[in-house]
Design a binder for this molecule. Structure first.
Ligand SMILES: Nc1ncnc2c1ncn2[C@@H]1O[C@H](COP(=O)(O)OP(=O)(O)OP(=O)(O)O)[C@@H](O)[C@H]1O
Ligand SMILES: [Mg+2]
Length: 264
């Protein structure tokens, strides 16, 4: 067998870190809720350092897909490989430690903690679990990471505010900051611009563009302007199955996608 052929035959586990290997891969991923198939044998890949969108009608299975990737839900079948390691069925804290973070469709912050505490807790959970006896320098390191995450989402100036006092748009961006504080390799954003004004949407779009320079992003988003401008690749889900996949230009012109989703 030639060296190239033996490389091609490698198991996913030894692909770890290879720049050309997808950072995330699902094989025949399925989720059933009683009689309802929310996801049916989904084969999906995310390339490293790209922004990849999942779009599709309400109820298509987009959030269910994120729930499987992040350990909120255990799939009924299939597997998930992240960065060369199988993560199917791991708990959400184990998946977070391997480098997948997410923001939720519905804001998921601690309203009575300060903005800084919200991100500091996230930075700590990734690095040191809940060990209160961590060394002083480790705590300084956590504080630096929390500050960097707040800076990335433009909220450093509001670090001492209670999270409850932020505007809706700022709270959504704080959620992205909380996800970033865990230093993920893959950031999953579930409808980051939902409920935002046009000005907030534009600012968040720029924020995501900046963040995307340093990590891979998987985004569920209904705002097609945001999707078309931000994303390298788009997957269209419909009734739990992949209906189409391609570049923004290909998806915009795909007749099946126009019929089920992009109808004007
Ligand atoms: N925990 C659950 N128990 C039972 N059914 C569920 C559960 N979560 C989701 N579903 C169902 O699974 C299907 C997929 O839901 P999901 O939330 O993944 O859709 P979505 O694509 O994120 O939709 P939206 O665009 O409205 O957010 C829907 O029919 C939904 O009602
Ligand atoms: Mg959803």
């Amino acid at each position: 067998m030639s060296a190239a052929a033996s490389l091609d035959a490698r198991s996913p586990v030894t692909d770890r870190g290879a720049a050309s290997a997808p950072i995330l891969k699902t094989e025949l991923l399925s989720v059933r809720f009683g009689g309802l198939s929310a996801l049916s044998e989904v084969n999906f890949e995310v390339a490293r350092d790209k922004v990849h969108a999942i779009i599709g009608p309400n109820g298509a299975g987009k959030s269910t897909f994120f729930n499987c990737l992040t350990g909120v839900l255990r799939p009924s079948g299939g597997r998930i490989v992240f960065d060369g390691e199988e993560i199917t069925g791991l708990r959400s804290n184990e998946i977070s430690q391997r480098g997948i973070a997410r923001s939720y469709q519905i804001t998921n912050i601690l309203p009575n903690a300060t903005v800084f505490e919200n991100v500091r807790i996230a930075a700590q959970s990734r690095r040191h679990g809940w060990n209160m006896f961590a060394h002083h320098s480790a705590l300084a390191d956590i504080n630096r990471k929390a500050e960097a995450a707040l800076d990335a989402v433009g909220l450093l100036g509001k670090a001492e505010e209670l999270a409850a006092n932020l505007s809706h748009g700022e709270q959504r961006n704080l959620e992205i900051g909380i996800a970033l504080a865990t230093e993920p390799k893959l950031l999953c954003l579930d409808e980051p611009t939902a409920g935002m004004s046009q000005a907030e949407t534009d600012a968040t779009k720029e924020l995501i563009k900046r963040i995307a320079e340093n990590l891979t992003i998987l985004i569920v988003e209904h705002d097609m302007q945001v999707v078309m401008e931000l994303c390298d690749r788009i997957t269209v889900l419909n009734y739990g199955s992949i209906l189409a996949e391609g570049s923004p230009a290909e998806i915009r012109e795909n007749p099946r996608v126009l019929e089920v989703y992009l109808k004007t």
